[in-house]
Design a protein around this ligand. Structure first.
Ligand code: DQA
Length: 145
């Protein structure tokens, strides 16, 4: 199994970015935890972060035929990017949406998720553990761990 993990804008600033909301762990900690979980489960993984909407649309397009699942935290583009929704639908790769914070308990605009319309599952409010839960979801054949 091969998974692609995509992270949207400002997630590279984890650790210094609003730590009361996103926690004190850094982006490097996130990458380490996901790689470790995938290694433990014998799953191949590629992890990318970009602040650019176009770069991540291209990454989703290039995933076609190459990955069994996508784990995506679209960050601010969750609430704005129809392009990412369309890209995920176009490649038709099972996708899990992850958010570090509980977006349903924050500002009204964060309750809207375009990617959520195509995601098999949404995990929010569990910090970095949410990514590990998404890996487990795929490892369990897209069933709850
Ligand atoms: C986020 C939530 C988004 O609303 C926000 O724009 C982010 C991060 C999260 O992981 O909690 O950048 O996706």
């Amino acid at each position: 199994m091969k998974l692609l993990v995509l992270n949207g804008p400002n997630l590279n600033l984890l650790g210094i970015r609003e730590p009361d909301i996103y926690g004190k762990k850094t982006y490097a900690d996130l990458v380490r935890a996901v790689k470790e979980e995938c290694r433990r489960r014998n799953i191949g993984v590629k992890i990318l972060q970009s602040n650019s909407e176009a770069a991540l649309v291209t990454a989703i397009q290039k995933a076609y035929g190459k990955y069994d699942g996508i784990i995506i935290n679209p960050a601010a583009f969750t609430h704005a990017s129809v392009a990412w929704l369309d890209a995920v639908k176009a490649v038709d790769i099972p996708t899990v949406e992850v958010h570090l914070s509980d977006v349903s308990a924050r500002e009204e605009f964060r309750k809207i998720s375009y990617i959520g319309l195509a995601a098999r599952k949404t995990i929010a409010g569990k910090g970095i553990d949410g990514y590990l839960e998404a890996v487990a979801f795929f490892a369990n054949g897209e069933k709850q761990a």
